[in-house]
Ligand binder design. Structure first.
Ligand code: NDP
Length: 444
């Protein structure tokens, strides 16, 4: 049995109750086969795959807080420190009722390779809680964030582990958490990224994941002799990534005709009105029905349906496993040429394979949404320098990073005779750097 298969069997037996983690490991290890097979003796002796799939450590803790009625509520908090071979642990905090050990573990595992791909010195981590900020008052969100940080602060630090935002964790939540960290530790340091601009945040961090997604998509199109100009784009989600992906796509001359949230989706043939979407989602924190009510050209539909719309480019930007095999078939039948993932693992493995087999250019989230964490790393650099760069400075570095990522993953795929397989290219390019660092640092 090959080394990859042996490790896959072991990981499956050990983590049977964590399907998302198993999905992520299977996808990564499967695509690493050419590299592993070529260096099997070394990697086996060093137990590289066993060490990579076993986190350095995981924390799970109680988060008690008091709601507006005076009732005590209890949530579960998580932080996983997966691998710090190339830098301090780095990865977001997800606040969503679906959060559990397996979800945090899959996200932390993916983060190792994504962070490596950015070319910046950051290791892989992730965290969060099964808390739902939706419908909570600001005071309730603050109470939760303070309690969460009271425990989390024991495990993080500017040179140790630097969390950031993710689903449900935006500037408001990061602000409350940063305040509590500072209060308990009596230290002012860049322990979190995604901070407000008046207290250490970086310009362009808010836009970074969505913008970065479009920079890599544009490079992909360019290298295939195409441009973004005049293309029809479908986007899922209506959160941070989706909003700024929509904005940048429109700036590039494309027309974005959809967005969605967890209850329904919008088809707007005249193109999504980003300012209105921001008002509905970022200011009012309302449902998409409000968008439809304010805009004549928009149709609102309950449930899912974004992928049934004819398009040239599809950008899933909501959540994991939101693009299934039937969606992939519909997109291919409708002539979609490129799919780039803004969200983490939005496309199932069979849907990904379907795209690849049918000539769709497919870039997975590890590469395509790395702009967010890359800009977080730029925020860390600015905090260490005690300086702030201009929007243009950060944005141009982000652009360069995304273009470099595209060429790195393209080259890695070509080196192993898999031209155009960007999933494999991303996993290989991310893996090689981490594996080399692990071997150089000995058995730790
Ligand atoms: P937000 O919380 O800002 O937005 C998430 C969006 O997805 C919302 O519109 C939400 O709808 C929708 N959504 C969430 N869960 C579901 C679900 N189960 N079914 C359908 N829709 C759903 O998160 P972000 O935009 O920050 O993150 C989106 C994705 O991008 C995630 O996978 C995240 O891990 C990934 N990502 C984010 C980065 C960042 O910098 N923010 C960086 C890299 C990756 P509703 O409002 O109804 O819940």
């Amino acid at each position: 049995m090959s080394y990859v298969d042996e490790v896959l069997d072991r990981v499956k037996a050990k983590n049977a109750s964590e399907p998302e983690f198993l999905q992520a490991v299977e996808e990564v290890l499967d695509s690493l086969r050419p590299v592993i097979d070529a260096n099997e003796e070394t990697y086996r002796r060093e137990a590289i795959l066993e060490r990579l799939t076993e986190p350095d450590r995981q924390f799970k803790f109680r988060v008690p807080w008091v709601d507006d009625k005076g009732q005590v509520q209890v949530n579960t908090g998580y932080r996983i420190q997966f691998n710090n071979s190339i830098g301090p642990y780095k990865g977001g905090l997800r606040l969503h009722p679906s959060v559990n050990t397996g979800i945090i573990k899959f996200l932390g595992f993916e983060q190792i390779f994504k962070n490596s791909l950015t070319g910046l010195p950051i290791g892989g981590g992730k965290g969060g809680a099964d808390f739902d900020p939706k419908g909570k008052s600001d005071r309730e969100v603050m109470a939760f964030c303070q309690s969460f940080m009271t425990e989390l602060c024991k495990y993080i630090g500017a040179d140790v582990d630097v969390p950031a935002g993710d689903i449900g964790t935006g500037a408001r939540e990061i602000g409350y958490m940063f305040g509590q960290y500072k209060k308990i530790k009596s230290v002012y340091e860049g322990v979190l990224t995604g901070k407000g601009l008046t207290y250490g945040g970086s310009l362009a961090r808010t836009e970074a994941t969505g913008y970065g997604l479009l920079y890599i998509t544009q490079e992909l199109m360019k290298c295939h002799g195409e441009s973004m100009e005049g293309k029809t784009v479908v986007i899922s989600g209506a959160g941070n990534v989706a909003i700024y992906a929509t904005q940048k796509a429109q700036q590039m001359g494309a027309k974005v005709v959809t967005c969605s949230d967890s209850t329904g989706w919008i088809y707007d043939p005249e193109g999504i009105d980003v300012e209105l979407l921001k008002e509905v989602k970022e200011v009012k924190r309302a449902r998409l029905t409000e968008y439809a009510a304010a805009r004549k050209s928009a149709e609102y539909h309950e449930g899912r349906g974004v992928w049934s719309v004819k398009c040239d480019i599809a950008l899933p930007c909501a959540t994991q496993n939101e693009l299934l095999i039937d969606d992939a078939k519909a997109l291919v039948a409708n002539g979609c040429k490129a799919v780039c993932e803004g969200a983490n693992m939005p496309t199932t493995i069979d849907a990904t394979k379907y795209f690849q087999e049918n000539g769709v250019w497919f870039i997975g989230g590890k590469a395509a949404n790395a702009g967010g964490v890359a800009t977080s790393a730029l925020e860390m650099t600015q905090n260490s320098e005690r300086l702030s760069w201009t929007f243009e400075e950060v944005d141009s570095k982000l652009q360069q990073i995304m273009v470099n990522i595209y060429h790195n993953i393209d080259d890695a795929a070509k080196r192993y005779g898999q031209e155009g397989n960007y999933v494999m290219g991303a996993n290989i390019a991310g893996f090689e750097k981490v594996a080399n660092a692990m071997i150089a640092q000995g058995v730790v």
